[in-house]
Design a protein around this ligand. Sequence first.
Ligand SMILES: *Cc1c(COP(=O)(O)O)cnc(C)c1O
Length: 227
Amino acid sequence: MELAARLAQVDAGIEAAAHAAGRDPASITRIVVTKFHPPALVEELYALGVRDVGENRQQELSEKTAALSALGDLRWHFIGQAQTNKAKAIRAAASVVHSVDRPRIADALDAAATAESPVLDVLIQVNLTDDAGRGGVAPDELERLADHVSGCGTLRLRGVMAVAPLGEDPAPAFSRLADYSARVRAVAADATWISAGMTADFPQAIAAGATHLRIGSAITGPRPIPG
Ligand SMILES: *Cc1c(COP(=O)(O)O)cnc(C)c1O
């Protein structure tokens, strides 16, 4: 199947899941995860109308945004583990950072504000597993981190992000995420975004209220081996 057909198929799936959940499909942003794929794929996606793309590694993000700077209205979402020494480069390239999971990375992103990036949209990544080694803040530290991010003058806290645990039904995991979203909204009323749902589980994420889907291989096809 061609790229355009896969994109259309995923979008039809999003629409069907939204209708099944009684939600307006227009309230859902589909981010195409382009990691490990060349800039030419992003250009193809752009020509098909895609305006939101996701990357999980800073270096790749920086290289692609530089190569594709002519696509001015493309929004780059950083969805990977963020390191404090890369905060400046991430902020220079990304419109949204989904993966704030500790106060230090919030501080580093905040300190990296420039005239070109006076305000940065960020999400708090929450760990839905019991494994502290996975990305994301532990749920019992959620309010404290939300409070901290809210106090960062150049960051706009938009909501929460999570990856469904491996080997668990995604539906109950996403339902926990919906609870975490409500807890963050109690701290920051505007933080209404829920970034959840990938190739394997986006219908369940939509049922649980996801507003931002991060879909890679269902649209792009299999990923090349990372370089
Ligand atoms: C790679 C990645 C995705 C997309 O995964 P697919 O299974 O290819 O849809 C989504 N979110 C994150 C954080 C990722 O790293």
